[in-house]
Design a protein around this ligand. Structure first.
Ligand SMILES: Nc1ncnc2c1ncn2[C@@H]1O[C@H](COP(=O)(O)OP(=O)(O)OP(=O)(O)O)[C@@H](O)[C@H]1O
Length: 840
């Protein structure tokens, strides 16, 4: 656990001084209201407080800007209304072909494209996961659908016409799986008319050319309780309404669904929703290869479940006898048995009689169940059948979209999981959902908070750790070994006797009293326990909780841990699902629940760019003063076959040797030592050489506005304003056309340089390019150019080329004078423009 140090100010400064100046900073930031919506990255908000972050998000929401970066995550506010062009094919393409998609407006396409480029770069870990989280109605399903469409389009745009067919097939099938999954897995709840009642992880498989070649779907935590119980004003899964409303007269007869019949498990059926679209589901099933006769069987099973729900028991006069059935219930049980293909007697026995095996001889006893037990057994049977049907559908979908592993080499996974839930009454389902969210939160913390901070520490950076919530003790409470809520629940289930919730409550309390995340609502008459989750306290009712449950999360977490995660945090700006309504308190609780505020602080203040010594020297060794001689000595060493021992020593000493090279490059370029730890007295340090990696601050973000102003000013005023005094280049060089042609190689080198990097890394790349040009005699550079801080090379419309020193980000070199005419811009492009001016 990292040491927590929040402040490094002088001792003489009092806490109240700090508070005052802090509040002053917040006030100053907020006073510039006009500009708040311009903060497209919450790491630029300074100071980062919940108030400042919220104000910026609200300002952006008000001007229809729904996506905002937040360090390692993207915050997605639900507009609750269609926003034209926000997901158009043209926009997809714009993000896909952009040299630096992160320079465009924040969007889910930036995240999607980054994940795609990571796969292309083949860097470890190659596989990617986009974790889309948020509470019910926040927009997770919508976002996942848009991401799928993006990838289908991106893959399709680069394939041959034969390949296109394959992509369309896969894409169509993956998209066709949506209506089926939604019909069987979604329901109308108080919070969302089309709420997914299951989590899903969709893997989009890419072949070695990075084209979409296959896919698979893994589902988990289906809320099967909904089949037999629907909260007031909520509905069962959509498919039940679809069959009862959409069946033809003939089908009604065959499925035994007379018009206007009442089903206890079909509440609020008078409410018509656009989701009640039976035809769409049927078509999608057909596309995925589920033929009409199989569909017929599926719908009969569903109808059977509705009839099963109408089976009501009454207590027998003689307690030694099984529960009795009302007349109507007798019809229902017969119809249910017929439709489910279970002989009525067998069905009745399984609902009303418990079989107990006991004693050394394993004697079998049969015992009539109480009325409550019969109800529970009926509900369990329905839930089990429905869950099996759902599982089977997922299997069929997978069979139709999955290709052999030999046909793909990498994947991008989209995880759509429902967010943290806390209702007035919470049961096993909520416990499982919240447990899943605890797991994901731990994953998030591990990757972005804990990992960053621990890495700084291990690399020798003195770092001010900020406080963050570690949810391990809550996870221990739920899933720990040997004793936890889950282990106790499992044990209770194995006992094969009816559970006593009061006794069970005492057992939980006794066994787990040490864990501070456990408490109880002492004022409630119902047996319960309270878990303090990272997102808040939830009180769970114990009645009916004891049911065998397996949580399929382990496998999922295993896959997630082997991929590079990207986070999209969907936020619901108001609980009423209204457009243009931003309720600060509701947004705030969601931002806190997903750890956004902590992530922003760390990302903004830290060193988000890290490069291993190996990569760094591979790329920038050219910037060493002693470049040539070091190369030569390496060659000599390699040629010396007798120096094996020496090589072994060198291998052991490898990291030391690389570090000294890195330090030399950094000192050469920055003119200061890069080994001093960042921290007290060196806040401005933007680069630091750790033990195995180079760390860089992402200072370009802060400099962009400054540089823009300076450059614009420079265009109008004296041209010298944009250059450093140290620069060997003239303040402004109006290059003759001949010189432009001569600089062609420069354009080529620049266009070949890594264009996705920013900040100090970009500066290094540029310097390396210039050094190459110098090497081949294309331009003359003085030695001091390495220290002059050239950060951009800009082509001006008048046909001149200007080097910008110090504060100018290369961003400007990417803007052609003809921005509209050329979608791909860059220095190379600009030089091409100029070439056309040459007299023929
Ligand atoms: N980007 C968007 N643009 C327009 N409307 C949106 C957008 N995102 C979501 N919505 C609207 O919000 C509703 C809820 O979104 P969605 O079903 O994706 O939520 P969810 O987070 O998946 O909820 P649940 O967890 O209940 O399944 C959608 O039906 C849609 O009307």
């Amino acid at each position: 656990m990292p040491e927590q140090v929040n402040c490094q100010k002088e001792d003489s400064v009092t806490q109240s001084d700090l508070n005052e100046s802090y509040e002053e900073e917040v006030r100053a930031f907020l006073s510039d209201e006009e500009k708040l919506h311009l903060f497209d990255d919450l790491t630029k908000v300074n100071p980062v407080t919940t108030t400042t972050v919220l104000k910026c998000l609200q300002a952006r929401y008000n001007v229809n800007l729904f996506y905002t970066n937040a360090g390692c995550s993207l915050v997605a506010l639900n507009p609750f209304q269609p926003i034209s062009c926000l997901y158009s094919p043209e926009l997809m393409r714009e993000y896909h072909v952009a040299v630096r998609p992160q320079d465009l407006k924040p969007h889910i396409y930036t995240v999607a494209e980054e994940a795609y480029r990571n796969v292309q770069s083949q860097m470890d870990p190659m596989n990617q996961s986009i974790i889309v989280s948020g509470e019910s109605g926040a927009g997770k399903t919508w976002t996942s659908r848009c991401l799928m469409k993006f990838y289908a389009s991106v893959a399709a745009s680069v394939t041959s016409s034969k390949g296109n067919e394959a992509v369309e097939r896969i894409e169509k099938r993956v998209l066709d799986s949506n209506p089926i999954m939604e019909a069987f897995g979604n329901a109308c709840t108080l919070r969302n008319n089309n709420s997914s009642r299951f989590g899903k992880y969709i893997q989009l498989h890419l072949d070695r050319f990075h084209h979409l070649s296959s896919a698979s779907i893994q589902t988990f935590l289906l809320e099967k309780t909904r089949v037999a119980y629907q909260a007031p004003s909520e509905r069962n899964f959509h498919i039940f309404y679809q069959i009862t409303k959409g069946a033809t007269a003939e089908e009604r007869q065959e499925w035994n669904l007379p018009e206007g019949a009442d089903y206890r498990w079909l509440p609020n059926s008078e409410r018509n929703l656009e989701e009640d679209c039976f035809e769409v589901t049927r078509d999608a099933m057909l596309h995925l290869g589920i033929d009409c006769s199989t569909q017929n069987n599926i719908f009969k099973v569903l109808s059977g479940l509705l009839h099963l729900g109408n089976v009501q028991f009454s207590n027998p006069l003689d307690e030694s006898q099984p529960c009795e059935l009302e007349d109507e219930a007798k019809d229902s049980v017969k119809t249910a048995g017929d439709l489910l293909k279970i002989p009525v007697e067998m069905l009745l026995e399984s609902l009303r009689i418990r079989t107990i095996t006991a004693g050394k001889q394993q004697q079998v006893f049969k015992k009539p169940c109480s009325r409550t037990e019969c109800d529970t057994r009926r509900d369990c049977l329905a839930k089990l059948i429905y869950a099996k049907l759902f599982e089977w559908l997922v299997l069929v979908i997978n069979e139709s979209i999955y290709a052999d592993t030999s046909l793909w080499t990498s994947f991008i996974g989209l995880l759509d999981v429902y967010g943290f839930e806390a209702f007035p009454e919470n049961n096993l389902e909520q416990l499982c959902i919240n447990y899943a969210n605890e797991k994901l939160q731990q994953h998030f913390v591990a990757h972005y908070l804990k990992a960053q901070q621990e890495e700084y520490a291990s690399e020798g950076l003195q770092w001010s750790f900020i406080n963050y919530q570690d949810n391990q003790s809550c996870l221990d409470l739920i899933e720990g070994s040997p004793l936890s809520i889950f282990s106790l629940l499992n044990e209770e289930c194995r006992l094969n006797r009816s559970s006593n919730p009061d006794l069970f409550q005492t057992r939980i309390e006794k066994a787990l009293s040490d864990n501070q995340c456990l408490s109880r609502d002492k004022f409630s008459k119902k047996p319960n326990f309270i878990v303090s989750h990272y997102a808040g306290k939830v009180c769970y009712q114990l009645a009916a909780m004891v049911e065998k449950n397996k949580s399929s999360l382990e496998n999922l977490m295993h896959i997630l841990n082997s991929t590079k995660p990207h986070y999209i945090r969907c936020i619901k700006p108001n609980a009423d699902c209204k457009a243009m309504t931003f309720r600060k308190e509701e947004v705030l609780s969601q931002l806190q629940a997903c750890g956004i505020v902590e992530a922003i602080t760390i990302s903004a203040a830290g060193f988000p760019i890290r490069i291993s010594f190996q990569s760094f020297t591979d790329r920038y060794e050219i910037l060493r003063k002693s470049h040539r001689s070091s190369k030569k000595s390496t060659c000599d060493e390699n040629n010396d076959n007798t120096a094996k021992k020496k090589e072994e020593t060198a291998a052991v000493d490898d990291s030391k040797a690389s570090r000294s090279v890195v330090v030399e490059i950094l000192e050469n370029v920055t003119g200061q030592t890069a080994t001093e730890p960042a921290g007290k007295g060196s806040e401005s340090t933007s680069v630091y050489c750790g033990k195995t990696k180079v760390f860089m601050a992402n200072s370009v973000a802060k400099m962009a506005a400054l540089a823009a102003a300076e450059l614009d000013e420079g265009d109008e005023k004296a041209p010298s304003s944009a250059t450093s005094a140290k620069s060997p280049c003239p303040p402004e060089t109006a290059w003759p056309l001949r010189a432009i042609i001569q600089f062609w190689p420069l354009g080529l080198v620049l266009s070949a340089a890594p264009v996705t990097v920013v900040g100090f890394r970009r500066e290094l790349s540029l310097l390396a390019c210039l050094k190459v040009l110098q090497g081949i005699g294309c331009c003359k550079m003085e030695g001091s150019i390495l220290g002059c801080g050239i950060t951009s090379v800009r082509a001006l419309p008048q046909g001149s080329v200007r080097f910008h020193c110090k504060k100018s980000p290369l961003h400007y070199a990417d803007v052609s004078p003809h921005t509209t005419a050329y979608s791909i811009t860059g220095f190379n492009q600009i030089l091409l423009d100029k070439k056309e001016l040459l007299p023929t």
